[in-house]
Design a protein around this ligand. Structure first.
Ligand SMILES: Cc1cc2nc3c(=O)[nH]c(=O)nc-3n(C[C@H](O)[C@H](O)[C@H](O)COP(=O)(O)OP(=O)(O)OC[C@H]3O[C@@H](n4cnc5c(N)ncnc54)[C@H](O)[C@@H]3O)c2cc1C
Length: 819
């Protein structure tokens, strides 16, 4: 190790915990770049040195599961490369179930594992007892067992990665604290440290719980919250052997692993304790908090009830350390939306050891190429928004996520904390109409409407939930008359400039350079041809476009568009989300209803499908000018009405008054989900992701390959277009209406696994459960292949018969949309 810092490095990695070491290792090993890692104190001195070291792999996202599997694979073989052991032991992991709900959760998890290629099986209490003789099992329904999970030594992994990084040419400096950045033209150009300045091309912020304050110095938001997390290490206990599986007992909120003949035991309490809302002290290194037995007592009681031998075991040590948690329980990875050359890997929610290897692997690829190597949306830093600057809000939501770590995960569950946070002007009206809200990026959005005598709240269950019937009523109203949806939370942008059309043409896969008044549904592709965004572009004027995308994709899509404007072009994106409210009026009577409040011509020739028009509405005696977009996500005639936010409430009242006699009903997001599944409309983040190309997704018709125009992803698509598709999105229906489809169910074709569902739900018009999922085959998947198979779905471990469909299940010719 040399002592003086270099003047320049291609990439500076900040933080020498497991994540920084892993990023430096992978950057040096796989990308041969010039990397410098700076650690304020000594390697592992943040959260890494005191982690318990459990390593699990299964998550609800296929990509994140792949990331965690990579960690395990790396920890197995790293010592052979570096000569430094990682302490990896493949003991397997047991998860105990004490209730039927938990058991159903595990049946679904085991199916998810199967879908993702992991072998998880469910075992009886007697088998649990054989594997873990000291455990009390008489209160168990059973357990899940994932044999390839295990445990490792956190500091040893980090040191082994650091050694590997050095072996591949990375330079690591301890006692080198980053104190600030130079920024020019929106990019970081240099990193200041207590030992001098390093100019650089890229920066990776892996500063653990300090990542928020390090990010702030570069104007980058990293919304994490340090929380106190405790575990104890007992003296050796007779009967505890080194090969015992790690153990999670979520119904008792605790976890265990063997350590030197004793046990590590910790837990996730329902009343977690945030550390600080201010800055984390710079000198908090290799430090812990005082033991907090009063707070930990709840876990002792639960643990001794499970493992009675713990009652008499001496406690060797308590660890009470800080770890950074996030508002949704997922870590934070990727390219900062605020600075194109600033990357983040932080907020690991007490699974940073399990994630470390894989997170470093994918983040290094992201840093090196500027593009995420796979669908990493659930951990993508661009899933946050300005809302997350509110530390108090982030803290509350984070503590709720922490407290839910081990609770049964019911489908469709909503967070409760920090609500309501952002409301549309219709909030009170909708509430009075029985709305039950969900929260998306801080916005309250009506999920469904309770009728008279029905409780206006979600009652969660593993099967059908209490909203099943009310959502069915909304669905039918939309199919038979009309529904009115408040979609004001849609992200809305205006894209302007002399070169706006040229720039957008390059960024969008579909033809957007059309005359003013035309609308285009388009995907935005990465260099692999994968779908990065899925949105609507409307041309308002020669040099002005209006772009609408999903609530949750606001930061992500804006960052993608902005960062891909070809250099030198005069084009810019302005976020105007809050300026307009959106009411979607959808259903066969929507024209009749809208005609009652506007004199504008809504006929097919004046206002055909796929166009945008300003219209004047007569609202409460005043004339309101709004933008009407003739589009649909539910498969019916309809308009999205984008009105000045101040006029939204009056517009809503006018439409409800005009429409109620014609059968208009307020409707919510759960009805949209059912309606769009019947039409086979794709949802970004589930059915279409950066892993999927438009051809695979059945969206080849929306790509301008034949146009000769250059666009992002074109080169990749040209190759893909001439090869047989290896996967293809297919719709599935089940004849048994009681089957609950949620996504991730395994698809079997002639008894062999060919994929899994990307999304699932229920179609009320069909009266059937519906799923969308990719059917895969290395030999190619064409229509004949899809049609010639006999299909089953594995749903919570049970085989269910299903039919595969390539056409939309509802109105395949699209006549209703164009009515
Ligand atoms: C009690 C406890 C038990 C846990 N058990 C497990 C477990 O069983 N399994 C699991 O997977 N995870 C577990 N974790 C989580 C795990 O410890 C963390 O997720 C992981 O260590 C995070 O690594 P990191 O590299 O992001 O952060 P850190 O290890 O905190 O590293 C960040 C580094 O950045 C440095 N730094 C900060 N600011 C600067 C600056 N300005 N300049 C230079 N350097 C800077 C810090 O000094 C620090 O070394 C546990 C955590 C706790 C608290």
């Amino acid at each position: 190790m040399t002592n003086s810092l270099p003047d320049h490095a291609e990439i500076v990695v900040i933080g020498g915990g497991i994540i920084g070491c892993s990023v430096a290792y992978h950057l040096a090993r796989d990308h041969g770049v010039d990397v410098v890692l700076l650690e304020r104190s000594k390697l592992t001195g943040g959260s890494t040195w005191h982690a318990a070291g459990l390593v699990g792999q299964l998550r609800s996202s296929a990509s994140i599961t792949q990331v965690l599997r990579y960690s395990v694979d790396l920890y197995k073989r790293l010592a052979a490369e570096t000569g430094l052991e990682t302490g990896w032991k493949m003991t397997g992991c047991l998860r105990l179930a004490m209730t039927d709900q938990r058991w159903t959760e595990y049946q679904r998890l085991a199916t998810t594992a199967q879908s993702f290629g992991l072998d998880m099986h469910l075992i009886s209490p007697a088998e649990v007892k054989r594997m873990w003789p000291l455990m009390r099992t008489d209160d168990l329904v059973g357990a899940s067992f994932l044999p390839t999970d295990g445990q490792a030594s956190p500091s040893d992994i980090a040191q082994s990665l650091a050694k590997g990084a050095r072996m591949h040419g990375a330079r690591i400096f301890e006692d080198a604290a980053v104190t600030g950045f130079d920024i020019a033209d929106g990019r970081v150009t240099a990193v200041h440290t207590n030992r001098g300045t390093i100019t650089c091309e890229k920066v990776v912020n892996c500063a653990g719980q300090w990542a928020r304050q390090v990010g702030e110095k570069a104007g980058v938001l990293v919304p994490l919250q340090p929380v106190k997390h405790q575990y104890i290490i007992t003296q050796p206990i007779a009967g505890i052997t080194t090969d015992l599986p790690t153990l999670r007992d979520p119904d008792r909120l605790t976890y265990f692993k063997e350590e030197v003949g004793g046990l590590v035991m910790g837990g996730y309490e329902p009343n977690p304790m945030a550390w600080t809302l201010g800055d984390v002290p710079d000198d908090f290194t290799f430090q812990l908090f005082d033991d907090d037995w009063e707070h930990f007592e709840q876990h002792i009681a639960a643990a001794t009830a499970r493992i009675p031998a713990m009652e008499t075991a001496g406690v060797k040590r308590m660890i009470n350390g800080p770890e950074s948690f996030t508002p949704d329980g997922n870590f934070i990875l990727g390219q900062a939306p605020e600075r194109a050359n600033f990357f983040v890997g932080a907020g690991f929610n007490a699974f940073g050891i399990a994630s470390g290897g894989g997170a470093g692997w994918v983040l290094a690829q992201w840093v090196a190429s500027g593009e995420a190597p796979m669908d990493l949306w659930v951990v993508d830093i661009r899933r946050f928004s300005g809302l997350h600057r509110d530390r108090q809000w982030v803290c509350e939501r984070t503590l709720e996520a922490y407290a839910k770590h081990y609770t049964v995960a019911y489908p469709h569950e909503e967070y409760l904390s920090g609500r309501p946070r952002i409301v549309s002007p219709l909030y009170d009206r909708l509430k009075n109409l029985g709305a039950v809200f969900g929260s998306k990026l801080g916005w309250e959005r009506a999920n469904w409407f309770a009728g008279p005598g029905e409780a206006a709240k979600d009652v969660y269950a593993m099967g059908r939930q209490n909203w099943f019937e009310p959502v069915g009523r909304e669905h039918q109203a939309v199919r038979q008359a009309a529904g009115l949806f408040d979609q004001s939370s849609f992200a809305k942008f205006e894209f302007v400039g002399k070169d706006a059309a040229r720039a957008l043409s390059y960024i969008c896969a579909n033809t957007v350079d059309k005359p003013p008044g035309q609308l285009t549904y388009t995907q935005l592709l990465n260099s692999r041809g994968g779908i990065e965004c899925d949105l609507t572009v409307a041309r308002l004027e020669e040099d002005r476009f209006y772009i609408v995308t999903g609530t949750g994709f606001r930061t992500h899509d804006a960052a993608w568009i902005t960062s891909h404007i070809p250099s030198g072009m005069d084009a810019r994106l302005n976020d105007i989300t809050e300026r307009f409210g959106t009411l979607s009026l959808m259903g066969p009577r929507s024209r009749d209803i809208l005609e009652r409040v506007t004199s504008s011509d809504l006929g097919n020739s004046a206002f055909p499908f796929g166009t945008i028009r300003p219209i004047e509405c007569d609202v409460d005696g005043a004339s309101v000018r709004l933008l009407a977009l003739r589009v649909t996500y539910v498969g019916e005639l309809g308009w999205e009405l984008h009105a000045p936010i101040d006029a939204l409430a009056d517009l809503f009242d006018a439409l409800m008054a005009a429409g109620s006699p014609l059968g208009l009903k307020p409707a919510g997001y759960r009805a949209i989900e059912s309606l769009r599944l019947e039409k086979g409309y794709r949802a970004w983040g589930a059915d279409i992701t950066p892993n999927d190309t438009p051809m695979e997704a059945g969206l080849g018709w929306a790509v301008k390959l034949k146009s000769g125009t250059d666009f992002l992803g074109r080169v990749a698509l040209e190759k893909i277009a001439v090869e047989p598709l290896k996967k293809r999105l297919v719709a599935f229906t089940c004849d048994d209406p009681t089957v609950t489809l949620l996504g991730r169910e395994t698809i079997l074709r002639d008894g062999a696994q060919v994929g899994y569902l990307a999304s699932g739900g229920y179609g009320y018009t069909l009266g059937k459960p519906i799923g969308l999922g990719y059917v895969r085959s290395s030999a190619g998947v064409d229509a004949d292949f899809v049609r010639s198979g006999h299909y089953e779905l594995v749903v919570a471990q049970a085989r269910v018969s299903t039919q595969a469909h390539l056409e939309p299940l509802y109105d395949p010719a699209g006549q209703r949309v164009k009515a």
